[in-house]
Each structure stands twice: as structure tokens, then as C-alpha cells.
Design a protein around this ligand. Structure first.
Ligand code: NI
Length: 161
């Protein structure tokens, strides 16, 4: 398994392209890419989520980590099926924009569907940080970065999230 380079920058073409559905989840190439994404996320300090475009491929895949960085969930061809009416202003950063931090309005909870790396469909209702993460990562798959939506963006010199 290898650690992938993380695409960076607000003008980066891959980050700004709408990603395509994964047709064959079981293919060796896709399986290897998913493993590499998981390894990359695990080895990234403060990394809680990584979307395929950040790892150089315009595919509809993202990996989410739990708070402790132990368990990871792979979302393939994800769809947000329902969001709360209630929006909450949250602090947010991105591994692809390490110099920025912003305040962004996100739905308080979301319902989503996706396939896991075995091709099995699952549904999730997420709140809090996980809900925020799903919205952030699905935006990545549509070529959207959090600075596009943030109400307030600040520069910072730390590594970001
Ligand atoms: Ni991001």
C-alpha cells in the first residue's frame, strides 16, 4: 500500500471537476486505490476525511475516519437523501486547503446512502461531526470546496484538517 499525494489549491483542476460514479467496485484497480486512500488518511495528522479527487482521481469515493482514527468507513457513489432544515454554523478546514479555516453553515443532520468497498449498499443517519464530514466530502465529489460556501474564511499557518 502506498501513501498518495494530496491534491491542493483552490484552482486545482482535479479538485474542481465533478467526479464520476464507480462502475466496478470490485475491480483490482479500485480496490487498490481504496486501500491507498485508507492508508493515506490514517497517516495524515488531523485527517478525518479524504475524497478521491484529493487523492488524484475523479471518482465518487470518500473515506471517513472516526474520532480516534481507528475505524474507517468507505462511501462509494454516495447520495445525501435528506438533510435537516436546521443549519448550524460550524468551524471547518480541509486537507487540500491547509492554509484556510472557515465558518460554514451545514445541515445539523443528514441521511445518506452509499456502497461500501464490498459493493454492499448501506444507509446512515448522521449528526454532528459525521454529518458535517459527509456534506464536506460530497461537496468534494462535486468539485466544491468549503471556501466556496463559507461565510468567513481566515488564513492560518497550521496544517489544517
Ligand atoms: Ni476537504
Amino acid at each position: 500500500m502506498s501513501i498518495l499525494n494530496i491534491e491542493k489549491g483552490a484552482e486545482n483542476k482535479i479538485l474542481r471537476t465533478r467526479s464520476e460514479e464507480v462502475a466496478d467496485i470490485q475491480s483490482p484497480e479500485i480496490q487498490k486505490f481504496i486501500l491507498n486512500m485508507k492508508t493515506t488518511l490514517k497517516s495524515t495528522p488531523n485527517g478525518v476525511g479524504l475524497a478521491a479527487p484529493q487523492a488524484g482521481k475523479n471518482l465518487r469515493i470518500f473515506v471517513a475516519s472516526d474520532d480516534l482514527g481507528i475505524n474507517q468507513t468507505v462511501f462509494i457513489n454516495p447520495e445525501i437523501t435528506k438533510i435537516s432544515e436546521n443549519m448550524i454554523l460550524k468551524g471547518e478546514g480541509c486537507l487540500s486547503l491547509p492554509e484556510y479555516y472557515g465558518k460554514i453553515r451545514r445541515a445539523d443532520w443528514v441521511k445518506a446512502e452509499a456502497c461500501n468497498e464490498n459493493g454492499r449498499k448501506f444507509k446512515i443517519k448522521a449528526t454532528g461531526l459525521v454529518a458535517q464530514l459527509i456534506q464536506h466530502e460530497v461537496d468534494h465529489l462535486n468539485g466544491i470546496l468549503f471556501i466556496d460556501k463559507a461565510e468567513k474564511v481566515e488564513s492560518q499557518k497550521t496544517d489544517g484538517k
